[in-house]
Design a protein around this ligand. Structure first.
Ligand SMILES: Cc1cc2nc3c(=O)[nH]c(=O)nc-3n(C[C@H](O)[C@H](O)[C@H](O)COP(=O)(O)O)c2cc1C
Length: 240
């Protein structure tokens, strides 16, 4: 068996069950590879897998961009994909396991109702002299361009400070954004002040708050380099 093929086989078994490992090792012995060599190959395969995991992850992190509704195309996001994005939220870190993330998935004619509700709230809450027809119209326009909007809600447990619940929900949303990117779904977190008054529309409980709307849609945008100052300018090191 060629070396690379053997390495690949070992790699496939390197961090799986010990049963598979011992099978791989016995395969090596059968092909006259002795155990220490197999162990080295296992290590190499493991390092290779870890490198690939890092490369895949950093690519998704760096290529994720906020993609706005104007860029969305008319193509339905399958329910399975929406569920994959939601599922990833559930693995966010959470102090005292309060798991404060709550979501409302809005699709189809629900999006028309959401657009109308946002427009009406804007009209009701903005001072008359500051009302802009263009802004009012933009809510219905954006919701009609999206295939799905997920209301990002936070449930307050009272067990930890509110900021910690907010931080956990934000981690959950980042999981969603990265999963969406990996599945080629465009998304962005929208946070107009009127979301504070969306509770009735979303049928939120007393201890729940809406903290954003996660717009989603397929798109044809190419990845671009984000506008960021270097990380070195934001990090201090204390080593003694
Ligand atoms: C908590 C939060 C709220 C945001 N709210 C808005 C918003 O209301 N409107 C908007 O255009 N973008 C909003 N964004 C998206 C930012 O504009 C976007 O992340 C920023 O421009 C950087 O671009 P990038 O996400 O492609 O890296 C929000 C992002 C976060 C994290």
């Amino acid at each position: 068996m060629p070396f690379l093929q053997k390495l690949n086989r070992l790699g496939n078994s390197s961090n799986l069950s010990s049963k598979k490992n011992s099978r791989a090792e016995s395969e090596c012995q059968n092909t006259s590879l002795i155990l220490p060599q197999a162990t080295i190959l296992n290590q190499l395969a493991y390092i290779y897998q870890m490198t690939t995991a890092y490369e895949n992850l950093i690519k998704v992190i760096k290529e994720r961009r906020s993609i706005f509704p104007a860029s969305y195309i008319k193509k339905e996001i399958p329910l399975e994909v929406i569920n994959q994005i939601l599922e990833s939220a559930n693995y966010a870190p959470t102090h005292k396991l309060t798991q404060p993330w709550r979501f409302t998935v809005i699709r189809k004619t629900g999006l028309e109702r959401l657009g109308a509700e946002l427009g009406n709230l804007y009209k009701a809450l903005v001072a008359p002299q500051q009302f802009l027809q263009k802004k009012y119209d933009s809510f219905a326009e954006k919701t009609s361009q999206a295939d799905c909007v997920i209301a990002i809600n936070m449930q307050l447990s009272g067990k930890i400070p509110e900021w910690e619940e907010l931080a956990a929900v934000s981690c959950a949303v980042q999981n969603m954004a990265l999963t969406a990117e990996s599945l080629k779904v465009g998304a962005y977190w929208s946070s107009p002040p009127i979301i504070d008054d969306l509770g009735n529309f979303l049928k939120l409980n007393q201890n729940e708050k809406c903290i954003g709307l996660f717009y989603m849609g397929y798109h044809n945008e190419k990845p671009w380099t984000p506008n960021r100052t270097p990380i070195e300018e934001k990090v201090k090191w204390i080593e003694e």
